[in-house]
Design a protein around this ligand. Structure first.
Ligand code: FAD
Length: 400
């Protein structure tokens, strides 16, 4: 029987950073992860930490995440690099949104600066002159190598903070009752804790399947590509392009957003498949390129095909070639990832009894907002502080 103050289910970004925050409070923490190493959304993504893409409440969590990631990197190498993020506009509607976004960020005290098209081409060699009309750069934003980062954080928490990490242990039963929660894993091990936090990502079947099926949760499938390492330009940081400007929630606060969206063709291929084009170069020179979005409700996750659609990969590649002239476009890996999100809410939080807290459905913002949100959630549960920061919007003024 393993006893601890807190039992966490799931070793993705939400489970791991809930554990980190709880350990900081001096709690004893056991974390069960079903796989030998986490294999969910947390290791399949770009590793782009981009609070700039989020509306104020989640941008605040994202900015707290930046500080948490930087603090961890100062103690151990978690693959973090501060190379900034850029949004590249492909037309004057998108450029107008970037100019408005610069004003909004100025008011929020979040540094960003506009780049001319020539400045963009200088900073991002190979950027096509016929694509980019200007950009907006966020110097504080960072990247991580998603396949390595979470393992390094878990190893650090285990070695330095006393985390009881149980990889390869799937929790198959969890119940509250009395003053403790009780759990059992797939090997028959028993756990007791004062509370449990369930961060099982897109796994709606293992625990509480009926509750999750009755919620507004859905599963989103994304297709991703990697362009092989080889000779070619350095493309630093997070590179987001015109379709991201049209997709990311932060731009909804821009005065011209509604007008720009009205002029879009509702039947466009990129809209139908939720395509936007993002680039993230890894230290070895390979480039992650993505992504696409397909959805199914928590009740019907099997409706999502496990196959990738070659047509979507070809489309992403064709669009990417309109943005950069690269000497090579060899694809050496393609994969899909799945994240859970809510149809109506911005995260799924459910307390079962008064000691089991289910946290999932953070959507496409988990790497960015996850660590900050997890810290806020632990503070909320153990110290009663507000779950979300107060984010008042101020009247717009002009950035320098
Ligand atoms: C392709 C892709 C690209 C993305 N790009 C970005 C990006 O660049 N920036 C960004 O901010 N966000 C991005 N996201 C979103 C981000 O990856 C997710 O929001 C985040 O990883 C979700 O974390 P999680 O901990 O909720 O879930 P997961 O990472 O899926 O973790 C859940 C874990 O729980 C474990 N588990 C499940 N059930 C049990 C059980 N019963 N017992 C024990 N363990 C269990 C699973 O094995 C898994 O490891 C992307 C997502 C995808 C898929």
């Amino acid at each position: 029987m393993t006893q601890s103050d807190l039992l966490i289910v799931g070793g993705g970004v939400l489970g791991t950073f809930h554990a980190a925050a709880a350990l900081e409070r001096g709690l004893s923490v056991t974390l069960c992860e079903a796989s030998a190493t986490p294999r969910g959304a947390t290791v399949r993504n770009f590793g782009q930490i981009v609070p700039s893409g989020m509306q104020p409440r989640w941008q605040a969590h994202g900015r707290r995440s930046l500080a948490i990631y930087q603090d961890l990197q100062s103690r151990t190498d978690i693959t973090l690099r501060q190379l900034g993020s850029v949004y590249l506009a492909s037309d004057y509607d998108e450029l107008g949104l970037l100019e408005e976004m610069a004003v909004i960020n100025w008011d929020n005290g979040y540094p960003s600066h506009l780049l001319t098209a020539a400045e963009c081409r200088k900073r991002y060699p190979g950027l096509r002159e016929d694509y980019c009309v200007g950009g907006l750069f966020f110097p504080e934003e960072v990247t991580v190598e998603a396949r390595e980062m979470i393992g390094r954080v878990l190893a650090y928490l285990t070695a330095e903070k006393g985390l009881n990490y149980r990889p390869g242990h799937r929790v198959v039963k969890l119940k509250g009752g009395g003053a403790r929660v009780q759990a059992r894993d797939n090997h028959g091990n028993q756990y007791r804790a004062e509370r449990a936090i369930v961060c099982s990502g897109g796994d709606f079947g293992s625990l509480f399947p009926d509750r999750l099926a009755a919620s507004d949760l859905e599963l989103c499938k994304l297709q991703m590509l990697r362009i092989a390492a080889g000779p070619g330009p350095e493309l630093p940081g997070n590179i987001l392009t015109g379709l991201s400007i049209r997709r990311y929630e932060s731009f909804r606060d821009c005065p011209s957003y509604a007008r720009v969206k009205e002029t879009e063709d509702p039947g466009a291929f990129w809209k139908q498949w939720g395509v936007h084009i993002l680039f993230k170069q890894s230290p070895d020179g390979s480039i992650i390129l993505g992504d696409t979005h397909e959805y199914a409700s928590a009740r019907e996750v099997d409706a999502l095909s496990f196959e990738n659609r070659p047509r979507l990969n070809e489309y992403m590649l064709d669009e990417a070639k309109k943005i950069f002239d690269l000497p090579r476009w060899t694809i050496d890996a393609s994969w899909n990832g799945y994240y859970s999100q809510c149809r109506e809410h911005d995260i799924h939080l459910e307390t079962i009894g008064d000691r089991i807290h289910v946290v999932t459905g953070i959507g496409g913002k988990g790497m960015t907002a996850g660590p900050g949100f997890s810290a806020a959630h632990i503070d909320h549960l153990y110290a009663g502080t507000p779950l979300h920061p107060v984010t008042a919007s101020k009247p717009a003024t002009t950035p320098s």
